[in-house]
Design a protein around this ligand. Structure first.
Ligand code: NDP
Length: 237
């Protein structure tokens, strides 16, 4: 039904958290999934490669390896991301650049070696993992919100540009999702945050992965491009 059997899909940061759930769901749907990681490899997927999204050279080498070992790349999920929070007066240049580098420049580095070939082949689907913070802002996350908002502009632009090449680009904007990224939040604060979510719980990473699989599907979302889908338990703000 999803039409992803045998399709080669690249996921950044596929070793844990949302990325690992995306790898697992896509593999269950019959795709050949390659992912990169910085620390430790995960458990699923057809190919795992250690490289950093902040390096264009490393991402070019990764794309070449995927094509050589698995075949032409049909899909990309730009998922890798970090946070380095602080109210603006305490947002050091290091924190600013680290977050923009990983969450925004890393997406450019991922797409650079792959999208031109998709346009040549006239087939492909791209998904970026943004955040509701990119749409609404968040206190203490000026760097992160800026990068995530930029992905929405990128998704809309690639939606326009890619349409004539049969390459669709869409954005998933998760709300709070139970992964390592939220681990540092004290229990009391977690309880307060949950009260702001109409569904009164965090997302499971799989729930973000299913939305991602929908956007990758050449059957289920064949006429959908340039869209942003919030998966946020009804929070919207
Ligand atoms: P995690 O912290 O659990 O995982 C982050 C992933 O990104 C890891 O796989 C990590 O690899 C990888 N990564 C980070 N920096 C790099 C890099 N420079 N090069 C390669 N890989 C890198 O986070 P989540 O799974 O929660 O987040 C995934 C995405 O979802 C992120 O873009 C995040 O901003 C977004 N998101 C998350 C939300 C949440 O509440 N959790 C809400 C909204 C959006 P490694 O393990 O090797 O470090």
């Amino acid at each position: 039904m999803f039409g992803l059997e045998g399709k080669v899909i690249v996921v950044t940061g596929g070793n844990r958290g949302i990325g690992a759930a995306v790898v697992e769901v896509l593999e269950d749907l019959g795709a050949k999934v390659a992912y990169n990681y910085r620390s430790q490899p995960g458990e699923k997927g057809s190919l795992a490669h250690k490289c950093d999204v902040t390096s264009l050279e490393e991402m070019q080498a990764f794309a070449e390896k995927v094509e050589a070992e698995l075949g032409p790349i049909y899909g990309i999920v730009a998922n890798a991301g970090i946070t380095a929070d602080g109210l603006f007066p305490r947002l050091t240049p290091e924190k600013w650049h680290a977050v923009i580098d990983a969450n925004l420049n890393g997406v450019y580095n991922t797409f650079n070696p792959i999208i031109p070939k998709m346009y040549e082949r006239k087939e492909g689907a791209i998904v970026m993992i943004s955040s509701i913070v990119g749409e609404h802002g968040n206190i203490g996350q000026a760097n992160y919100a800026t990068a995530k908002a930029a992905l929405i502009g990128l998704g809309k632009t690639l939606g326009l540009e890619g349409a004539r090449y049969n390459v669709r680009a869409n954005v998933v904007a998760p709300g709070f999702t139970a992964t390592d990224m939220l681990k540092g939040i004290p229990d009391k604060v977690v309880d307060k945050i949950k009260l702001t979510i109409p569904m009164r719980r965090f997302a499971d990473a799989k729930e973000i992965a299913w939305a991602t699989a929908f956007f990758l599907s050449p059957t289920l979302s064949s006429y959908t491009t340039g869209q942003v889908l919030a998966v946020d338990g009804g929070r919207h703000t």
